[in-house]
Design a protein around this ligand. Sequence first.
Ligand SMILES: NC(=O)c1ccc[n+]([C@@H]2O[C@H](COP(=O)([O-])OP(=O)(O)OC[C@H]3O[C@@H](n4cnc5c(N)ncnc54)[C@H](OP(=O)(O)O)[C@@H]3O)[C@@H](O)[C@H]2O)c1
Length: 342
Amino acid sequence: MRAVGVRGGKGDADALFIEDNVADPVATGDHILVRIKAFGLNRMDIMQREDKYPYKLLPESGKIMGVEFSGLVEELGPDCKGDFQVGQPVFGLAYGSAYAEKIAVSERMLMHLPETLTFEEAAGIPETFFTALQAVHLVGGIKPGESVLIHAGASGVGQAAIQVARHAGASTIFTTAGTDAKCQICRKLGADHAINYKDESSRDFADVVAHETNGKGVDLIIDLVGQSYWHRNTASAAMEGRIVIVAAMSGSMIEGFNLRALLNKRLSVLATTLRTRNAEYQGRLRDVFVEKVVPKLAGAGRNERESMGVTVDEIFPWQRVSDAHKKMEANVNAGKLICTVD
Ligand SMILES: NC(=O)c1ccc[n+]([C@@H]2O[C@H](COP(=O)([O-])OP(=O)(O)OC[C@H]3O[C@@H](n4cnc5c(N)ncnc54)[C@H](OP(=O)(O)O)[C@@H]3O)[C@@H](O)[C@H]2O)c1
């Protein structure tokens, strides 16, 4: 089959190319072979392209990038017990290898494609929604009526987290994003307050949280930014608040942090990752996704208040995967970047 390779084993976006004669994946055990129609991009793909992601520690990831995809079932492994059939449209999460014509994944990681979604939309859903569900529910333990602050609200994970928090009954949702257009997307998805952190005339998020909560702070913070927000995050958390660290896009070293900030409010700091979770955990997360999200999924033009979905920023033919990586590196996308496989 063909798959996206990296010239020289690592490099910049221009090093990406479509490689011929890559070994076909095989549907062994409970794995299902899927012919890929589209795959979604994620930031870890950039790290993997640069050979900086510890994917080699993951036995199933392989050297090909890509953790989410949609396509058609081509073959079932001998131990498959689910209700998938050859020819059915599906979408799913993988440890890697989705930048390719075919992939073999456990049936526990596949979902039937809802009629309301295109292959391109579905390919951009698993990684961000599984991550958001994990952060907001499984790790963050949200309860109806709690207030939430979600950073990088217009990122793929951020947009999913806003929707998951809203459908979980959050009382007030605060978000940060880097442009007015991104803030508008956050509001449409259900954020009550979207703060443009790059606009100097805009109030700082910590001030907005303090003002809107009468100094109480928020119950749950979903943080993708890390270093540059850390002190303001602890200042914005309510008594016994939880801070869930999902990423550290601004850096991960915190200088001058006084542990008293945690003790005084009895804060919990939690951190989570998805790709390094074992198959059993990911399978459980898939079941939560099928229960809480799949029935509400809808495509472009959906009613954002009633349904859930993904904003597709741009669709590239996979021959232009380098351009898609460059766009993600420039931080200009507001939603998912998708590649279609011909
Ligand atoms: N822990 C996990 O399980 C897990 C799973 C999936 C993804 N992740 C991580 O989550 C992060 C977001 O992924 P994604 O795919 O959702 O990203 P994305 O859709 O590409 O969006 C990222 C956005 O974050 C904002 N941003 C970047 N650097 C920033 C900074 N220094 N300060 C503030 N905002 C910044 C930018 O938007 P603005 O214009 O708003 O600044 C950027 O467009 C990545 O680091 C990814 O590796 C973690």
